[in-house]
Each structure stands twice: as structure tokens, then as C-alpha cells.
Design a protein around this ligand. Structure first.
Ligand code: NAD
Length: 340
């Protein structure tokens, strides 16, 4: 019989995609989150609305479950994690500590934890050109922000549960995961979604605002590759943290160049150097994942961005349509939005 699976953060971007993937593979899936998915209905067999900062809720979520994929986190793009410190550490340390402990005590067999490239030290990311961060680069530790420190703490907590209890944990360090059905507005969106939104809303020859000088270096991994990597890692016997990311470095300016070609728009940039920019250059080194899983992400940035761009464009059009409808109607727009 196939394992019964819990996906936390199932109302969010990666968790929602994971639920879909596991359902296609024929698993029984329980989703849990503090909110339901925003853009389409969940595919989970059951969906529990739970605040996983509470120990009793982490206990309810993990009962009768064989495998846990934990994606629940209070997080967002650079504008969010560089401005909200205490709340991010407080919430995530509670979610992760309770989830791991309750999973272990309720007899879960295997546990996946979604860590982040944000754990890597500042001093390795000071140049735009980053040849790739190896897993061993994590120490001596000096993450760039509190979100990264909490991720590093929980990586160690997972490993401590293996050391003391032989509890099987798998840890991935995600490098900028993007794709359709992720936040694209409101302050929690990441750079690919923000740029897709700005360019989709711009007319030819318009100017968009860019945070920093646009020369920050990043690598971006499409969500389908991420999900495939997570599943392969979960099924493996790899207990050390491993990068899941693309090793193709691009600058934000190059990202804009790629996106603006989809509709042949000439886009001008106004650089705002007062806005949060994160580290100067970050990239994934995929030597270890290739060696241990004989696999690495392969969907090209052009392919992934195109799908993301047209999804965001359709969301904008849907919102504009509702806005226009609202202006011709006496009914409150919220009433009609709730059915989406
Ligand atoms: P997301 O914000 O879309 O999903 C996180 C989900 O966690 C949200 O649906 C949110 O409602 C839920 N959540 C927050 N607080 C909760 C609580 N108290 N109880 C229950 N649920 C709660 O983010 P995502 O991009 O899908 O990220 C998933 C995981 O991957 C997170 O752990 C994140 O830190 C990690 N990660 C993501 C990226 C990326 O680029 N997207 C990069 C590195 C790491």
C-alpha cells in the first residue's frame, strides 16, 4: 500500500504543486495550511486549516501519516524577509520545532524539510559573478538575514533528530523557485514574479522600477524541477542538506531582457538603490546533487519564465475584468471575488 502523506504549506506555492504531483502518483494526500490555495482548488484528499505554530495542531496534522513534506513557513521575497525579522524567526521556529517533534512522536517514517539558499554566508556572496555555492560552504555560518538563520537552525534540528532518534529526515536548500500559481503581487512575491507583473502591465517603451542597480546575480529554478527534485530526494537515502536550484547565473537586468522579449516590449529601467537588494551574487553548485541523485534541474529559464509570465498576465486580466465589472455594478467586488 502507498504511504499516506502530509503536505504542509499546501495552501502556498510549492506545497500546492507538491500536492498535485503526489496525487498524480496515486498517494493519499492530506494538506494543511493556515489558508487555502489562492488561485485554484486543492487536489488533496483532505485539507486541514491549521495554525502549525500550535503544538496541538502539529499533532493533529501528523496523526496517521507516513511521510511529511513540510513547506509551511512565514516567508516572502526580499522586500519581506529583509524587513520582517522577529515575526519570521518566531513563527518559523515554532512551526518547524513542533512539526518535527510531533511527526517523530506520531510514528512518521520520513520527513522532508524545505531549507533555503539563504543559509549561505554573506562573505561568499559579495560579487555578482558567483560560481556556485557548495553545500559545504554553509560554515562558518553567517546568513544574510534572520530567515536564513532560522533555516540553518532547523536543518540542524532535523539532523539532531536523526542522531538521537534515527528519525529519517531529508533537507533541500531551494534556490529561488518560481512558476505559475505563486504570489505575484502584495509584497510577498519574488523577483521573477515581480518582474513578470511589471512587464506584463507595462506598455511598449514604458519604464519600470528595479530595486538596486539590476546587476545582482541570481539563479532561478522552475517549480516543476523543484518538485521532481524534492520527490527524488525524499525517496533517496541522502541525509545531508542538498541544493535544489539552477546553476545558471543571470542578473536582474538579464532577467528583464528575457521577459520583455515575450511580447517584444522595449522596457526602460529606473533603478532605486534605496530598496532591499539581498546579497550581490548567489548561484547553486550542483555537483553534489548530480553525484548523489544523478539528476539536476533542466527546464530552461526562458521556458519557465514564459509559462510564468503568461499565467501572471492572465491573473492581471482577470483582476482588471473584476475591477471593470465592479465599476458597472452595485454589488461589492469582494462578494464576486470569493468564488474565484
Ligand atoms: P508560500 O508562502 O507560498 O507557502 C508557505 C505556506 O505556509 C503559505 O501557504 C502559508 O499560509 C503557510 N503558513 C505560514 N504560516 C503558517 C502557519 N502558522 N501554519 C500553517 N501554515 C502556515 O512559500 P513557498 O514559496 O511555497 O515556500 C515553501 C517552502 O519553501 C517554505 O518553507 C520556504 O521557506 C521554502 N523556500 C522557498 C523558496 C522559494 O523560492 N519559493 C526558496 C527557499 C526556500
Amino acid at each position: 500500500m502507498k504511504e499516506r502523506i502530509l503536505v504542509t504549506g499546501a495552501g502556498g506555492f510549492i506545497g500546492h504543486h507538491m500536492v498535485k504531483y503526489l496525487k498524480e502518483k496515486g498517494y493519499y494526500v492530506r494538506g494543511a495550511d493556515i489558508k487555502k490555495p489562492e488561485y485554484e482548488k486543492t487536489h488533496a484528499d483532505e485539507f486541514l486549516l491549521l495554525d502549525l505554530r500550535e503544538k496541538t495542531n502539529a499533532d493533529i496534522a501528523t496523526q496517521g501519516i507516513n511521510h511529511v513534506y513540510n513547506f509551511a513557513a512565514n516567508m516572502g521575497g526580499i522586500g519581506f524577509i529583509e524587513t520582517v525579522h522577529a515575526e519570521v524567526m518566531h513563527d518559523n521556529v515554532l512551526i518547524n520545532t513542533h512539526m518535527l517533534d510531533r511527526a517523530y512522536r506520531n510514528g512518521v517514517k520520513r520527513y522532508f524539510y524545505s531549507s533555503s539558499a539563504c543559509i549561505y554566508p554573506r562573505y561568499k556572496q559579495q560579487e555578482t559573478i558567483n560560481m556556485g555555492l557548495r553545500e559545504s560552504d554553509a560554515y562558518p555560518a553567517d546568513p544574510d538575514n534572520e530567515y536564513g538563520w532560522e533555516k540553518l537552525y532547523t536543518e540542524r534540528l532535523c539532523q539532531a533528530y536523526y542522531q538521537d532518534h534515527k528519525f529519517e529526515t531529508r533537507i533541500a536548500r531551494f534556490h529561488n523557485i518560481y512558476g505559475p500559481l505563486g504570489s505575484w503581487q502584495g509584497g510577498r512575491e519574488k523577483s521573477p514574479a515581480a518582474m513578470c507583473r511589471k512587464i506584463a502591465m507595462a506598455k511598449k517603451n514604458d519604464t519600470i522600477e528595479v530595486w538596486g542597480d539590476g546587476e545582482q546575480g541570481r539563479s532561478y529554478c522552475f517549480v516543476r524541477d523543484c518538485i521532481e527534485g524534492v520527490y527524488r530526494l525524499m525517496m533517496s537515502d541522502i541525509r545531508v542538506p542538498i541544493n535544489i536550484g539552477s546553476d545558471r547565473l543571470v542578473t536582474i537586468n538579464q532577467l528583464i531582457d528575457i521577459i520583455s522579449k515575450f511580447e517584444n516590449k522595449t522596457i526602460h529601467r529606473k533603478y532605486d538603490k534605496t530598496k532591499p537588494q539581498g546579497v550581490r551574487g548567489r548561484n547553486s553548485d550542483n555537483t553534489l546533487i548530480n553525484e548523489l541523485l544523478q539528476w539536476e534541474p533542466s527546464i530552461t529559464l526562458e521556458e519557465g519564465l514564459k509559462e510564468t509570465y503568461y499565467w501572471i498576465k492572465s491573473e492581471i486580466e482577470k483582476n482588471n475584468y473584476l475591477e471593470a465589472e465592479h465599476q458597472n455594478s452595485t454589488e461589492p467586488v469582494a462578494a464576486r471575488c470569493s468564488n474565484l
